[in-house]
Design a protein around this ligand. Structure first.
Ligand SMILES: [Zn+2]
Ligand SMILES: [Zn+2]
Length: 200
């Protein structure tokens, strides 16, 4: 650096710090290195050498006007998909999942009542084959749906829907949460899957 500046002071043609064979036309506004025309990087009205430009200037600042439109496009879908729903309020599927889980668990508990069990076997003969396991199955399915509800609130709406959908179907083995639980669980899952896919 000092070597090149001495040449300038002596009134002799200095060479570019980066290209010894090229004449220096200006001096870097930051470090004072002599630089040729191709090394001079314009920045806020100053002339910077390539090193200063790359290390001191944020990547995109020097080219604010040259940012291509595609730079802004990837941001837009993210902003659109970050709210849980555009067309369906988030609490609608969440409430439906909760109701479905409640109905399925309540259905499972009701199976413990001999009177209900006998009546239920009259409508769904396979419930009799499950016996006491029907209560366990219904409780587990209810917990699976509650787990899906937690995932839903954590932002994994589609994962939650794909977890709750089969759980609601399987619940039909114990009577599907008085049938309504299974239907609500399936419909709410489909609602989430389709609205999320449309938003993506
Ligand atoms: Zn410099
Ligand atoms: Zn140069």
């Amino acid at each position: 650096m000092t070597y090149a500046l001495e040449w300038v002071d002596w009134g002799m043609p200095a060479s570019c710090y980066y290209h010894s064979s090229l004449p220096a036309l200006t001096v870097c506004s930051r470090c004072g290195r002599t630089i040729c025309s191709s090394c001079s990087k314009p920045y806020l009205g100053l002339a910077l050498c390539p090193d200063c430009f790359n290390t001191r200037v944020p990547r995109n600042m020097g080219f604010v006007t040259q940012v291509p439109p595609r730079y802004s496009q990837p941001v837009a879908p993210r902003m659109i998909s970050s709210p849980p729903f555009l067309t369906v309020n988030w609490w609608i599927p969440a409430s439906l999942f909760f109701i479905a889980a409640g109905l399925i668990v309540f259905n499972a508990i009701a199976l413990l009542s001999p009177a209900f069990f006998l009546a239920w076997v009259g409508m769904f003969p396979w419930v009799g084959a499950l016996g006491y396991f029907g209560f366990i199955l219904g409780t587990v399915l209810g917990l699976v749906i509650i787990g899906g509800l937690v995932l839903y609130f954590l932002g994994f709406q589609v994962v939650a829907a794909f977890l709750i959908f089969p759980a609601a179907i399987v619940s039909l083995f114990i009577g599907g949460g008085f049938i309504a639980g299974a239907i609500i669980g399936v419909l709410a899952s489909l609602l989430v899957i389709f609205t999320q896919r449309l938003n993506l």
